[in-house]
Each structure stands twice: as structure tokens, then as C-alpha cells.
Design a protein around this ligand. Sequence first.
Ligand code: NAI
Ligand code: MG
Length: 357
Amino acid sequence: GSNRVHRIAVIPGDGIGKETVPEGVRVLEAAAKRFGFQLQLDDFDFASCDYYARHGRMMPEDWKERIGKHDAIFFGAVGWPDTVPDHVSLWGSLILFRREFDQYVNLRPCKLMPGVPSPLAGRKPGDIDFYVVRENTEGEYSSVGGRMFPGTDREFVIQESIFTRHGTDRILKFAFDLAQKREKKHLTSATKSNGIAITMPYWDERVAEMAKAYPDVRWDKYHIDILTAHFVQNPDRFDVVVASNLFGDILSDLGPACTGTIAIAPSGNINPERTFPSLFEPVHGSAPDIAGKGIANPIGQIWSAAMMLEHLGEVEAGRAIVKAIETVLSEPKLRTGDLKGPANTVTCAKAVADALG
Ligand code: NAI
Ligand code: MG
């Protein structure tokens, strides 16, 4: 046996999460066997609308104690709008994880895969391969502000953006570290210092300051408006793109959209200091329209498993899973229905596990 043991909290949640998470686990276990590490997998039934139906809340009061000591959280999806309103299910689970576990990095790879048609004409696998790094805790999404004189002519609203040096520097450090580890060693910063003339020049200043510690990383910056155009017209230009909460929110949907389908897109909500567990989940939701049929594409979940392993230091295993995904997607008969193939959730995931060897 190996002395590398990773303790994972496994939370399927709702809908297709209950189908894709076991398939992600299948591939994780295959990777553990092949690369010689051990997994201690603990299953939890909370953060789901079924749990809500039984207990009148999304999670037990001591949820933090139950999963706070794990090395990572492997998450499916939450939401079942027929029984629990989406804001209740989301704010009672995922949002609490992100906040209480200080997962200040939202990380999304944008990679064009074989077998997945890109909405961008003339792009082939290999042309698009970058990460969006979104700040996840401050910036434009603050609750500082208010409304006065409601319903009168004097009515006004204010919502302040918050950029702390601590919050700005830590997201930039994560992004530069990531860029440094990649082959292209290139970082792009999203700004808008022409229009947002206080916080964004500050952001730019901190980028320039952080860059000094990474002399081997090339970096540039674009205003967010033209940056969105470049995502569509010149996606091959990017390697690591770092952005504030709002800009990152937009870019982290636009990036994966340029590479095809949300069914295969993964994401990480990361606490890089490892004070708390980080959470890895597919970008898609619980897909009530196809839940229970066994036809969901498991690739987003499996790719999330690969990201989790990289985070846990099993870099080789993580990369091997991504390679196995590419192998499977290259084979039309191994693709699921959303990609016009005949495979189902289980057969597709088994093929990925097999491709790992
Ligand atoms: P969704 O991502 O669940 O589904 C959108 C469309 O994509 C559906 O037609 C679905 O069938 C399809 N789709 C999604 N994943 C797929 C997969 N793996 N394979 C094949 N097809 C797939 O988004 P929607 O419908 O807006 O939300 C449904 C529920 O999920 C809501 O309760 C929502 O709040 C929740 N949600 C949860 C997220 C999370 O847990 N992080 C993220 C997004 C939505
Ligand atoms: Mg979004």
C-alpha cells in the first residue's frame, strides 16, 4: 500500500448528481489503483433536497464539523425546484461551503476536447486550452450599501465594490502560480481601469506588483469588454486569465461556452492554503429533465475528479484522467446522447476508467 491517503467527502446532492458522482468515484478508484495512492471516501446525504424534505433544512447544524477536516469535497449538483426553491437549496448548501471554507478561487478550465463541436468556427482540439481564475469572495459582489427614500423622487441605491489588498493579492498569487506551472507561462488580467477609475487601477497596480515575483511569466491585461471579444475571436491567445468576482463570473461562463457543452465542464472552488477543504464539482446543475434515466454525461463530474486529484498533489493521476477523457471523447460510440453518441452514464464512465489502464 501507499502512505498517500486522501480523505474525501462525497456529496452527490440532487438529480443527475446521484448518477454522475458514483461514476466519478469509479474513475477516482481506478486512478488510485493505477497511481498508488489511497482514498478514504465518506458519503454524505445532506446538501440535497431529499435531505430538506426529511429535515426541513439543507444540512445538519454540525455540517462544518462533519466535512471540515476532509482533504476535499467531491460534489455533484444541488437543486430540485419542484420541491425546494433554488435560492433556498443553493444558499443553504453550496454558498455556505464557499463562504465558510473560504474557497476564494473559482477555477475553470476551458479546453476544446475531441468530439465536442465548438460554437467557434474553424477551431480544433488543442486550439483552446486555458484557465479562468475568478475571485470568489469580494469585489463587486458585496452586501455593503443600501436603499434610501424608497418610492420617492429622492430614491437612491448604493452597492460598494470591495477590493482588499489581502483579497486581491491572494487571487493574483494563485493565478501567477498556476501560470508559472504551465507550458506557456502567460497570464492575462481582466480590467476596466478606463471606466471604473478607482478599484480597477488598484487591481492593475497589484497585478504589476505581483508580476515582479514571477519574472518568467509573461503577462498582459485587457479591458473586460474587448476581452470578451477576444475570447470568441482569439481564444488561442490565452493561458491563465485572472479576474475579479463580476468579470470572472462572466468569463467563466463564456470560456466553457466557447469550448462546447456544459455537460463536460468541471470547476474547482479552492482554498489554496488548505485551511479548509476545497470543493470540486461539474459546472452543470442537477438536470431534472433527464434525472433518473441514466443518460447524463458523466464527463464534467469525472474531469472535476481530475482537478481534485491535481489539487491533492496527484498531478500525474489528474493528467492521466484528462487524457483518458480525451481518448473516450474521440470515440463516437463511447459518447453519451448529448454528444449524439449511444453510450449512457455508466458505459461512458467505465470507458474512461478502462482508458486509464
Ligand atoms: P442544468 O445544468 O441542470 O441543465 C441545463 C440543461 O443541460 C438541461 O437541459 C440538462 O438536461 C442539460 N445537462 C446538464 N448537465 C448535463 C449532463 N451531464 N449530461 C447531459 N445533459 C446535461 O441547469 P438548470 O436546468 O438551469 O438547473 C437545474 C437545477 O440545477 C436547478 O435547481 C439549479 O439551481 C441547479 N443548479 C445547480 C448547480 C450546482 O449545483 N452548482 C449549477 C447550476 C444549476
Ligand atoms: Mg455564473
